[in-house]
Design a protein around this ligand. Structure first.
Ligand code: PLP
Length: 356
């Protein structure tokens, strides 16, 4: 902790390894393969904890992330983001040396890939199971037929599977709703797999979002799981009841820099450029950008007796509303911790890391 002087990720190795093991056990129990998404941590070192647990394939969300993890020896990488054709040279380079998975997330992609790919890749069709971000409309079978028609039988494009990310689980009001999104999405993918079974037998169903992978116990209807956030979890997952606070694998170290007794506010050095502006909205309509925790000398955290929320943010300032009884216990120069609302964004924003 002594070396921490500014906003920094504190990563708890024991908690993260336990999160990895739990998800891996669940995948194995369900007969599915875990392909964790590495965009959450983006760390070679954390990636190695997955490898040590027995993981041999990953998903990433950019070509540069694929290059970063390829350099650390990962040989089976899916770029789980629509193909960016401005990066075809790098994509071809990766495809020449490892098993690369690419997504066709809309019409037009397959025809361009046929022209520009120089080495074999695994192609996945991204299906929109209700999030309406990217992916083919599963009910527009004419368009799907036309697209899949373009995939030659022997080519650099091997159609490997169907991919879905049910991001709308993040808006679910209950576990039952998360279950229902999972059941509905899997049914959509199973129907598509059956429709093309003669031409493309054994298509893999690749499913992934942390809420459903955490909440649904039996995931045996899918072949592959791609959650990412679960390695750290965060307040969003806690609010969804997809994790406990004890499963939080990363907090943001935040120096306390100002105290305003008149209004019971404390200010920490952790603002929007460190935590992002992701927020939880309470039932009373309040916005929360993080919760404060107390850190000991080794970097371990605990909740104070009363909850302290980050209720306003500017670029570098996080403004905390502190209950009066707690206010007198806070000191300028103290290092506090903030559990972020969305750990993937906070981790991306904070290049400095301390592993505890
Ligand atoms: N797969 C895809 C295509 C994604 O876009 C994401 C996250 O956005 C994930 C998997 C991982 O999901 P989560 O962040 O819920 O763990």
């Amino acid at each position: 902790m002594k070396n921490i002087v500014s906003p920094t990720q504190i990563i708890y190795e024991d908690v993260c390894r336990a999160n990895i093991d739990r998800m891996l056990q669940k995948a194995r129990h369900s007969g599915a393969v875990l392909r964790p998404h590495f965009k959450t941590h983006q760390s070679v070192e954390v990636g190695r904890w997955f490898r040590e647990a027995g993981i041999d394939r990953i998903a990433v969300s950019s070509v540069s992330m694929a290059q970063q993890f390829a350099a650390d020896g990962w040989m089976d990488i899916m770029i789980a983001f629509p193909v960016n054709f401005f990066e075809m040279d790098a994509i071809n380079q990766l495809a020449s040396r490892l098993k690369l998975g690419l997504l066709a997330a809309s019409t037009g992609v397959i025809s361009l890939l046929k022209k520009q790919l120089k080495h074999p890749v695994d192609l996945y069709i991204k299906v929109d199971v209700g999030t309406h971000r990217t992916g083919f409309d599963p009910y527009d079978t004419t368009l799907l037929d036309q697209e899949l028609e373009q995939i030659p039988n022997t080519s650099r494009l091997r159609l490997k599977g169907l991919v879905a990310h049910a991001g709308h689980t993040y808006q679910a009001a209950s576990h039952e709703e998360i279950h229902s999104i999972y059941r509905g999405g899997v049914q959509i993918l199973t129907n598509i797999r059956e429709r093309y079974n003669d031409r493309f037998p054994e298509l893999v169903i690749s499913w992934g979002d942390t809420p459903s992978c955490s909440v649904v116990e039996d995931l045996s209807q899918v072949d592959e799981l791609r959650p990412g956030n679960f390695v750290y979890y965060d307040l969003m997952q806690w609010q969804l009841n997809a994790c406990r606070l004890s499963n939080i694998g990363m907090v943001v170290a935040a120096p306390l820099v100002a105290l305003h007794p008149g209004r019971n506010e404390a200010v920490v050095y952790a603002g929007a450029v460190h935590l992002s502006k992701e927020q939880l909205i309470t039932r009373q309509g309040e916005k929360w950008y993080g919760i404060m925790v107390l850190l000991d000398d080794s970097g371990r955290w605990r909740l104070p007796e009363q909850q302290v929320w980050v209720h306003r943010l500017s670029q570098e300032h996080g403004i905390l509303k502190v209950p009066p009884a707690l206010f007198s216990q806070l000191q300028i120069g103290q290092m506090t911790g903030i559990i972020p609302v969305h750990s993937c964004l906070a981790a991306d924003l904070l290049p400095k890391r301390l592993i505890v």
